[in-house]
Write a protein that binds this ligand. Structure first.
Ligand SMILES: C[S@@+](CC[C@H](N)C(=O)[O-])C[C@H]1O[C@@H](n2cnc3c(N)ncnc32)[C@H](O)[C@@H]1O
Length: 455
């Protein structure tokens, strides 16, 4: 019997499949039946994908058959897409066209979503609106107490996002009230901040990229978002490649798989090479064990463990700035990034070595002393960030116990810190093994990339 083809391995494989990715079919649900009927009426041809709920990723799309590399998996006719043309051609169009200053494409889409949701049964988009999430978890929706638990730069970005959405809402109030003749309730209550934020999150987390020219009646801001019913049930995986674009010939938005997919597995697309913090900020989720995940080092941490008396420090910092090496310095699953290590090597140069700074920027190792010092500093920074992550996790756990904020939001933050802690521990481990090599007087096995071995 061939290895891995026996009964035991089949059972093991089945168990793996069920715990990791097997989804529960949701296509029987009334909202999906209605959506399918609506799509069919708009000439959408049935696909091999069905809505399902997955243990790790929640609601997504499952393949009924195995998919080949390069296969067309969705082809959504233009009539199913919700774009600014949909808005301008709708009953809202003549009102929006009179707004001064002209609204951005984003504002037009958000306004349409709020008005159509309010229209309920009267909206031709009802079957689509019915399957949209009722609530979101991207940063703008997080409670202030939860935002305060995020890593500092992310908390700042979250507050900035909140301010931006608030500002867009406040500055558009006059425009919303002009829609009163179309509404069956007071414009103020229909266009509440909550309703507007829901619409903003819908566009931000679900729209596909579809660049179009400027439309009359709208501002000059880029018009790049289209809502794509059904297609927007696809979840993100950094591991897949897809080809997705509007096909001018077929007039359909098409998605082709770049990698195959087994029957009954979740089908993913890739939203971009985003790290976990960005995914939380923009999409409201944190993937587990993502290969793109990393922990950024705040620029002020770089010099925290270096002697303040270093007379060349200002020059070194200026060089790092000139060469764009002061930001995007990270720890990853396999240790400090090349950028981080290069920045530290430069900062750790002894006065006599300073003339070699160009070599450092080219990736050369100047001396064992410099290499060891850089690694020691990297380890200290990693240790500091590890302690910070552990302390934050304790805080989150305390808040969960005392029910001081929404459990779902707290769990999201907890997942982020837990993932970062895992990365930092993996990084520390890699650095320790290299440091051990440096500790031995002769180092016959200096073959790790961090060793700088050039054989
Ligand atoms: C375009 S929608 C995908 C469909 C969505 N899951 C749904 O039920 O409608 C994007 C949202 O799906 C969720 N999502 C996408 N990829 C995910 C993943 N790998 N793990 C967990 N949630 C994910 C996030 O909430 C994100 O904002």
């Amino acid at each position: 019997m061939k290895k891995g083809r026996g009964r035991t391995s089949r059972i093991r494989r089945r168990k793996l499949g069920s715990s990791q990715s097997r989804g529960v079919n949701e296509s029987y649900k009334p909202e999906f039946i209605a959506l399918k009927k609506w799509l069919k009426a708009r000439k959408f041809e049935d696909t091999n994908l069905i809505p399902a709920c997955f243990p790790d990723t929640g609601r997504g799309l499952m393949s009924k058959t195995s998919l080949q590399e390069g296969q067309l998996i969705i082809s959504l006719p233009e009539s199913c897409l919700l774009t600014t043309d949909t808005v301008l051609r709708s009953r809202l169009g003549p009102y929006i066209a009179r707004w001064q200053p002209p609204p951005s494409p984003l504002l037009a889409l958000c306004t349409f979503l709020v008005a159509e949701r309010h229209a309920g049964d009267r909206s031709p988009w009802k079957p689509y609106l019915e399957v949209l999430p009722k609530a979101y978890t991207c940063a703008v929706c997080l409670e202030p107490d939860v935002v305060a638990l995020l890593p500092r730069p992310l908390a700042e970005a979250a507050r900035e996002q909140r301010m931006r959405v608030r500002e867009l809402f406040t500055s558009s109030r006059g425009c919303f009230s002009s829609l009163q003749p179309l509404l069956s309730a007071a414009a103020k209550s229909v266009f509440s901040y909550r309703a507007f934020r829901w619409a903003w999150c819908t566009v931000n987390t679900r729209a596909v990229y579809m660049a179009r020219g400027r439309r009359q009646g709208l501002s000059a801001e880029p018009d790049t978002c289209a809502l794509a019913p059904f297609l927007d049930l696809l979840n993100h995986s950094p591991a897949v490649q897809v080809d997705a674009a509007f096909n001018e010939e077929s007039r359909c938005y098409e998605v082709r798989t770049g990698s195959g997919c087994r029957r009954h597995q979740e089908v993913f697309i890739c939203y971009g090479a985003h790290d976990s913090r960005r995914l939380l900020l923009e999409y409201g989720f944190v993937p587990r064990a993502s290969p793109h995940a990393c922990v950024p080092v705040p620029p002020d941490m770089l010099v925290k463990y270096l002697p303040s008396a270093d007379k060349q420090m200002n020059k070194k910092i200026a060089i790092l700035k000139d060469h764009d090496l002061i930001e995007n310095l990270t720890f990853g699953w396999d240790g400090p990034s090349w950028r981080l290590l290069t920045a530290l090597r430069l900062l750790c140069l002894e006065p006599a070595e300073f003339l070699c700074w160009k070599k450092v920027l080219l990736g050369e190792i100047v001396s064992d002393v410099n290499e060891k010092k850089s690694l020691d500093i990297a380890q200290k920074i990693c240790c500091y960030l590890t302690e910070e992550a552990s302390a934050m996790l304790q805080k989150v756990s305390h808040m969960k116990e005392k029910e001081m904020a929404g459990t779902h939001q707290l769990t999201l933050v907890e997942t982020l810190w837990t993932e970062e802690l895992k990365i930092l521990r993996a990084s520390a481990e890699t650095m320790s093994s290299v440091q051990r090599l440096f500790a031995s007087p002769r180092c016959p096995a200096r073959c790790h990339p961090l060793c700088g071995c050039d054989t």
